[in-house]
Design a protein. Structure first.
Length: 252
């Protein structure tokens, strides 16, 4: 583990501890309810109204996935320390995707919480992203952490800015993996993950950033000419894109 990665890991551990401290004792609203047929039993719901009790993985997952809580913020505060640890550990089921986890943050409107609580969430997201960019083998790929963070915070800009400032082979490798992962969807003018809000704005910003920032780093990192052409084509519109000799033949 290099020095940057070690520092980033210490920051992330401190951020997780900060969540545990800040949200200790939190519970769902006493009158909170959900459908027994689709969400879970009364016994499950009762666990959300008891502070600090660890939930089993299935109950935790059903809880953060649900979008129909009457007080989503209180439910999110109840599960947040365990939820964050589960996210960092890569234990979220791939079928549901990290974008859905980002939606859970967004629905909680955490940026409107009391200053100490909002600061703890902001620091967790920032620390996780910084650690991901320095970890050569993160539990969750950088391209997924980025989309989650963007969905959770309703903005891409600060996350892309940090990636742009983070130089070195590890961050560049993550960029190469992300470009390869995203190019199919972006060439079809689609965001790689569903977004609850501002999907088109987010897609345009991600595309512009890749076209303007990524090629020099990707070329220096040694990616294929094929991938470089696909990133170039993101900056080409209309028939010029589809008729380019390097169009990969994607069908949508």
């Amino acid at each position: 583990m290099n020095l940057d990665q070690s520092r980033a890991r210490l920051r992330l551990d401190a951020a997780l501890d900060g969540l545990a401290t800040t949200f200790r004792g939190m519970t769902a609203h006493p009158d909170e309810h959900n459908c027994e047929c689709h969400w879970g039993s009364r016994e499950d719901l009762a666990q959300l109204k008891v502070p600090d009790r660890e939930l089993d993985h299935d109950l935790l997952q059903r809880t953060w996935q649900a979008i129909d809580w009457s007080d989503h913020a209180s439910v999110l505060r109840r599960i947040l320390p365990q939820f964050a640890t589960t996210l960092v550990s890569g234990l979220i089921e791939p079928h549901f995707g990290t974008d859905r986890a980002g939606l859970s943050f967004a629905l909680g409107h955490w940026q409107q919480w009391p200053a100490e609580q909002a600061a703890a969430v902001r620091e967790f997201l920032g620390a996780w992203w910084a650690h991901t960019l320095t970890d050569p083998d993160p539990a969750v790929p950088a391209y997924d952490v980025l989309i989650l963070s963007a969905e959770a915070s309703a903005t891409l800009s600060p996350w892309l800015s940090l990636w742009e400032a983070q130089s070195g082979p590890v961050a560049d490798q993550h960029l190469a993996e992300a470009a390869a992962h995203w190019e199919y969807d972006l060439l079809g003018d689609q965001l790689p993950r569903d977004a609850w809000e501002s999907e088109e704005k987010m897609r345009a910003e991600l595309t512009a950033w890749l076209v303007g920032h990524a090629p020099a780093r990707l070329r220096a990192h040694g990616v294929s000419e094929e991938l470089l052409h696909r990133i170039r084509l993101l900056g080409v519109t209309g028939l010029d894109r589809w008729q380019d000799p390097h169009w990969p033949g994607h069908r949508y």
